[in-house]
Design a protein around this ligand. Structure first.
Ligand code: ASP
Length: 431
């Protein structure tokens, strides 16, 4: 069998294919050879007894890539820690082999985005290199600890590169775990990887860095493209951002509140020509305040359950009883089918915490409008105002990581820590 990097000619069923052998990934069966064709496409060919394979040129084994530059410290610039977790933004295709290179060093970031050197000194900390669908609460804890360490080292701001799929879960966890953070902690990602011409990685990263080192904010935020073009990025609160489109660059929206503000960076030929940060809300903490505390605790035995017509009672009951806490994404003002309510009573009596959040996402759940909700409250369910379902899930994981006492958990869940519960639902926050 040829090795990755070899140029081969394969004849099968009367067709000849020529290309470079790519490294095998876990999901590709052993009898399939994947090659990169000259036109750039990759194809997989099942090797059968009648397949002829000829190695035309032996390739060099893939080398560990090393960026050909050195980062110089600039004492006139602020310093940001770049905490890398993985995701599309930090992946690069090695065109020789077609494989994705996993490690992204500070030099790699500088090489891909040279304007960074004009904005801040960068200190890279790699905590993981995974796609965000593979994130777990254990990783959130690791990220929070990594960020806390950098805060204690005195950096001026933190940028966390992260996959977009579950970025808002991580941002919610950090919003709770990094209490009274004295600097901006900004999560950023990309919908298209940095090696593609249509990539949003550079604009997102530069704006995230701009917010991290040049804004007066403190706390956890997500900074991503505001529109489909490359103009601005929006600053979203860490507990109210949500991925709302599978592929558009402006996928993130602030739900149930107005965004924190907007960032703009105009970069040309490696230089920053213009930059600013605009803050829209008034209620944000300012950088530099004291009282930072890391509470990176998690109990992952929590479930997020979407109520839907026909949800089976036996399944519902099993889910409630098998977890320490369950967030129900209730229909409308916060309901489940009435037939399911006795299961809520049974679960809360056995010590399971049950919180109710709004399936419509905008607006708040209400325990007194319909008799269904009144009965759910009597059964022990706790109505969580306008907290977003995913944020409530993360908060419950965090709360149950700290205490088993259900009254204490209830108190934590109903206390607003980072904008996850608003006093009033703003009419201008609905679009
Ligand atoms: N599935 C990827 C992830 O969330 C997509 C991305 O990187 O944006 O990690």
């Amino acid at each position: 069998m040829p090795e990755p990097g070899d140029v081969v000619e394969i004849r099968k069923n009367g067709v000849t294919y020529r290309g470079t052998v790519l490294p095998r990934t876990e999901e590709i069966p052993e009898d399939v050879l994947v090659i990169k064709l000259k036109n750039g496409y990759n194809i997989g060919i099942k090797v059968t007894p009648d397949t002829e394979i000829r190695v035309i040129e032996r390739g060099e084994p893939p080398k560990k890539y090393k960026a050909p530059i050195k980062v110089e410290y600039n004492p006139d610039l602020p310093t940001a820690a770049l905490v890398a977790t993985g995701g599309t933004i930090a992946s690069r295709v090695d065109y020789k082999t077609g494989g994705v290179v996993a490690e992204f060093t500070a030099e790699d970031f500088l090489l891909s985005f040279p304007e960074i050197a004009d904005l801040a000194n960068l200190k890279l900390k790699q905590v993981s290199n995974i796609f965000s669908e593979d994130m777990t609460p254990e990783y959130w804890v690791r990220v929070a600890e990594g960020v806390a360490e950098e805060i204690k080292n005195g950096v001026d701001g933190i940028v966390i590169t992260h996959g977009t799929d579950t970025m808002h879960y991580t941002s919610a966890f950090l919003s709770f775990a990094l209490q009274n953070a004295p600097v901006p902690v900004v999560l950023v990602g990309a919908q298209r990887s940095s090696d593609r011409p249509s990539s949003d990685a550079a604009i997102n990263l530069l704006n995230a860095l701009n917010v991290a080192v040049n804004s007066d904010l403190a706390g956890t935020f997500i900074v991503m493209h505001e529109t489909m073009d490359d103009r601005y990025c929006t600053i979203h609160p860490g507990t109210r951002a949500r991925k709302m489109h599978t592929s558009r660059r402006d996928t993130f929206k602030t739900i149930g509140d107005i965004p924190v503000g907007r960032s703009y960076v105009l970069a040309r030929a490696g230089k920053i020509e213009e930059r600013w940060v605009e803050i829209w809300g008034e209620e944000f903490r300012k950088r530099g305040q004291n009282g930072f505390k890391l509470v990176a605790k998690a109990n992952p035995n929590v479930f997020l359950l979407k109520a839907f017509p026909g949800l089976r009672k036996d399944v519902f009951e099993r889910i409630l009883l098998e977890h320490d806490g369950v967030i129900i994404e209730g229909t409308g003002l916060g309901h489940v089918r009435q037939e399911l309510i006795p299961s809520i009573a049974e679960a809360t009596e056995s010590g399971v915490f049950i919180g109710v959040t709004p399936q419509p996402l905008f607006g708040r759940v209400h325990p007194h409008v319909y008799s269904t909700a009144v009965k759910m409250v009597q059964a022990g369910a706790v109505y969580l105002e306008d907290m977003l379902p995913e944020t409530a899930l993360v908060k419950l994981i965090w709360a149950l990581g700290q205490t088993k006492d259900r009254e204490k958990v209830k108190e934590i869940m109903l206390t607003n820590y980072a904008g996850e519960i608003t006093k009033h639902s703003r009419p201008d926050a609905f679009w």
